[in-house]
Design a protein around this ligand. Sequence first.
Ligand code: B1M
Length: 213
Amino acid sequence: MSKLLEKMSTAILEGEAEKMPNLVKKALAEGTSAKEVLENGLLVGMQEVGVRFRAGDMFVPEVLMSAEAMQAAMVVLRPELAASGHKQIGKVVLGTVKGDLHDIGKNLVGMMCEGAGFEVVDIGFNVEPENFIEAIKNHQPEVIGMSAMLTTTMRAMGHTIKAIEEAGLRDRVKIMVGGAPVDAEFAKRIGADGYGSNAPAGAELAQKFVGAA
Ligand code: B1M
């Protein structure tokens, strides 16, 4: 790995968002391709974040800082990637369900999915079932991800899946759910395809859904 790419993955790991735009610009200016910057710099850092988080060696505030660093790098890199025709492994539409305003966990899942090579369409929080349906029609994702943090709103996940079924779109997508009150048993009961206990697990599940893990 080049020195600059190594610096980049370390800066991701250490959550140094302010360093990211310059590091990415410098690497691109030196002739490193956008794909190399992503795969051999940023993703190396994000993968390590996932490993450390799962092992209990990193905690949510640190993961959030890494996610912010990744986001800062992607602001510069995204247009370059699009221009270079970098092939993504799939598309994930993510939203926090109706009635629920918590979006920190969902945002982390989004960053991890982006880090895993997905295009992520974030449709926000307090998302009505109809808006998930609209997003499936408009964006044609392989994966839908729903987040809920309240025991009162987790039921909206079931309602959303039902609405997707009624719209005749259930076969088109894999559905994953997550959030503090949700578990694998609940996911199964409401007809989801899987449950992610944390952000790296969500990204891994999405990769499995598209046959990339
Ligand atoms: Co709220 N809140 N909150 N809150 N809030 C909780 C969730 C609560 C547990 C606090 C408590 O009472 N101890 C409690 C819920 C109780 C319950 O239902 N059992 C609660 C409550 C009651 C409320 C209000 C009702 C309070 C009030 O107004 N009376 C209100 C509801 C508003 C609404 O949504 N309608 C409310 C409001 C808020 C704020 C707006 C102030 C703010 C949210 C800001 C924001 O998100 N932009 C907030 C916050 C920050 C919290 C706590 C403190 C932190 C949540 C968080 O971000 N955690 C929370 C208490 C706590 O958890 N300690 C609490 C960090 C985040 C990284 O974790 O979201 O679990 P988490 O995501 C994890 C995993 O769950 C998983 O991966 C993530 C990373 O590992 N994951 C997925 C999440 N989604 C996934 C999707 C996947 C896969 C994995 O696939 C799709």
